[in-house]
Structures are given as C-alpha cells and as structure tokens.
Write a protein of this length. Sequence first.
Length: 110
Amino acid sequence: MKIALRTLTFLEHDQAIQVPITISAPFQAQTDWYCEWSIGWPHGVRTARGYGVDSVQALRLTLEMIGAELYASPYHANGGLYFKIPNSGYGFPVPANMRDMLIGEDKTFF
C-alpha cells in the first residue's frame, strides 16, 4: 500500500518532466521489515526496498536510500532536477557520508 508520493521535476531541453517518487507502507517479512519505493526517472523506473529490524528503521533507511539515489543521479548532476524551487533540495535525508552533497534547504534541515 502506497503511503507517500512526492513529485520532482526535471528540466530537459526546456521541457518539464515529472519524476514521481512513491513509498509503500512498511511490510513485516519473516525476520525483518521493508518498505518498497520507486522513482519514475525520465528514462526508466527504479524500484527497490529499504530493510530494517523494525518498521521505523525500514522507513528511515528507505528515505535515505531515496535521498542517496537522487543526489547520486545524473539528473542532479545536470542541475535540472528540483522539488518546488530549483537548487532548493529534494526534502529527503541522505546517509552521513553524503551530506556534503546537499543543496538548498536540505543543507539546513539535514
């Protein structure tokens, strides 16, 4: 079950392309928990799972995985990816070793 959706925008050749990010509710597997997530990149969808020992950890790690994927993407490197305002960040946390890559409001809040 989807519990969250955020839509980013990528500007490519003066065309605004929607980049939807979806997060599903934590699901309890046999020994751990996971959250499925996806990013609808302009050139293909990336789907993965964030695992944790409980639902809270699974959700937190999922958010960090999404943040890492965004900041490590060629769409971020290109400078055309944004949430509401260009260069203001995406609103997702990243792992500690990636915090130097944060831009805009992400730098302030994460």
